[in-house]
Design a protein around this ligand. Structure first.
Ligand code: SF4
Length: 221
């Protein structure tokens, strides 16, 4: 069953990647390797499908790298917990996506964790260490003007994320939604035995979903 879940997660990610890439080919997008603004101050809440993909990818990396990323994940969690407490956010366990307190999470990201890099950001090359397995939210986070992204990171209280970047992302999501829903429905019909509510409809903080096995030195979820 675990293997089937992973294969489902891999197929699902491919559908997302293909659809988003074909949509982005038609647009002028400023995102490029070395532009890290959306990789600072992220709060990584993910589904089980995303966790399967990420841990599978992490386990394909050399041991030295896995250990390094595990250490970064621990530092990031420490920073997150501290800031989440400051903002009154305690919940880390799975919650239905629609019940996630996006407003508080946004504040934790923009104000609390502003200078904290995502644990998967390589801060020397400014590239994503898990790019092929990055979370859904990263796949969708694109914008047409990197100067705006920089300004948003420098001063979150200008609300450029809310007023400019987010509507851009929402428009892309809306455009893709009919095709995406259809393709996901067809995919799900081939995996009828899986519990899609657990796989896709609930999110939890990344370290609730992904753990490191210190004996086998692999990530588990
Ligand atoms: S997972 Fe990768 S793309 Fe997403 S925020 Fe982290 S470094 Fe950036």
């Amino acid at each position: 069953m675990e293997d089937r879940k992973l294969i489902y997660a891999l197929e699902r990610a491919k559908i997302l990647e293909d659809l988003i890439s074909s949509e982005l080919e038609k647009r002028s997008i400023a995102c490029h390797k070395g532009c890290p603004y959306c990789c600072y101050g992220v709060t990584l809440w993910i589904t089980q499908a995303e966790a399967l993909l990420i841990s599978h990818y992490l386990n394909s990396l050399p041991l030295k790298k896995r250990k390094k990323l595990y250490k970064r994940l621990k530092d990031y969690v420490k920073a997150y917990r501290e800031e989440a407490r400051n903002f009154g956010l305690r919940e880390e366990r799975p919650v239905p996506k629609e019940k996630l307190d996006m407003e508080t999470l946004g504040k934790v990201s923009a104000l609390g964790l502003k200078d904290v890099p995502c644990p998967f950001l390589n801060t020397e090359t400014l590239s994503c260490e898990i790019y092929p397995a990055r979370p859904d939210m990263c796949r969708f986070t694109v914008y047409s003007d990197d100067k705006v992204c920089k300004q948003d990171w420098e001063d979150p209280l200008r609300f450029l994320w809310r007023d400019k970047i987010l509507p851009f992302i929402e428009e892309i999501k809306e455009r893709l939604s009919p095709k995406l829903n259809l393709q996901l429905m067809m995919l799900r019909s081939r995996y009828g035995d899986l519990d899609f509510y657990s796989l896709e409809e609930t999110v939890a903080f990344i370290t609730y979903r992904i753990k490191f096995d210190p004996v086998k030195k692999i990530f588990r979820c």
